[in-house]
Design a protein around this ligand. Sequence first.
Ligand SMILES: Cc1ncc(COP(=O)(O)O)c(C=O)c1O
Length: 450
Amino acid sequence: MNQALDPALLQAATGAAPAMDAYWMPFTANRQFKKAPRLLTRAEGMHYWDDQGRQVLDAVAGLWCVNAGHARPRIVKAIQQQAAEMDFAPPFQMAHPKAFELAERLAAIAPAGLNRVFFSNSGSEAVETALKIALAYQRVRGEASRTRLIGRERGYHGVNFGSISVGGIVGNRKMFGAMIAGVDHIRHTHDPARNAFSVGQPLHGADAADDLERLVALHDASNIAAVIVEPVAGSTGVLIPPQGYLQRLREICTRHGILLIFDEVITGFGRTGSPFAAQTFGVVPDLITCAKGLTNGAVPMGAVLVRQDIHDAFMTGPEHLIEFAHGYTYSAHPLACAAGIATLDTYAEEGLLTRAAGLAQGFAQAVHSLRGEPNVIDVRNIGLVAGIELAPLPGEPARRAFGVFLDCLAQGVMVRTTGDTVALSPPLIIEPAQITQIVETLRGALRRAA
Ligand SMILES: Cc1ncc(COP(=O)(O)O)c(C=O)c1O
């Protein structure tokens, strides 16, 4: 090809907008986006800057992941140094020191007992890994008939086949055939008739956990390996667990020998006011999946935190044999480990893993002040996460909220919408004045959308 005509080179030389045909964007209305692109080009602290140089306040920590704010110097430096020192080390039958260091650091902040760590590259892969650990564990402990996996309606666990099978969002499932076999779902906890506008954990609905007893009665516990739930369901619209619900789920799982997996891909790393939501709610699961805030979103990485005796059950048989036939080329990637360690250092130095607890009350007051604004039918919150649910436009679900998102962006605040819920999950470094800016921008957009 004549290089002078190469569109990519031309674009680089002129600074013109890039050609947009080739990139098939994930979870995006591609045609709509490409008609009116929204491009971010720089980020620092609480802010992005777009391709026009406009500053945008980040009310969602990127995508629920940049918990310490953007471009934190310690994390940037750690990634740069690691890239120069050692770009890659094979994780199968070899290792590098930072993988061990990060695993120890994670074990130290995890709920007591969950002190073994398996690394992946995303939340979806962490979920896939946790489901495989659960199935394999039941087998190695002599309960091989326990092959069923239980998810929850409206759950989001990522997009791989295991994730969508246990997930409960129909739009993410309906195109993909039968998915994996032997999966069932307990009912979701959303009960607006009784719980709308609850501040923090809703009062009603602990009994939704009893739905697991229905599935035990249907399948028999001897056939069920594990239950997976998000302690706070994020992507389905921020559903806060009713008081006592997670405790009850824990009790039922324990009674029936079923493993309980908390998917903390969103709630992990300080979102609810503790390192993990398990600690906020005082319920210890058997496995925790995490990702996102693990590296402050700077390098892709996920992890499964595992109860020690589950790990130890695999450590039998001849020592020269691989105990668990699973792993990714990029498990414990050096850049991700360097970013993860620097992220945990940043969280520790600035007290970020518990900072949300101190800000939660002011944040709750601010978001609940939106009650009474046009079309607001519910407000839900815990720690530094909130969902503001809007009445859908008749026959056009999700459209009203998306319009509000576009309006907020035009006013310099990036929120996120899922269905007709506006979700807020700002970086944990947020200052009260910025909470006010987010909520007042949203209020204006709601009024204009009325
Ligand atoms: C609870 C939960 N689990 C899993 C995932 C999937 O993570 P990833 O997109 O990194 O695969 C997400 C992503 O938002 C999530 O919220």
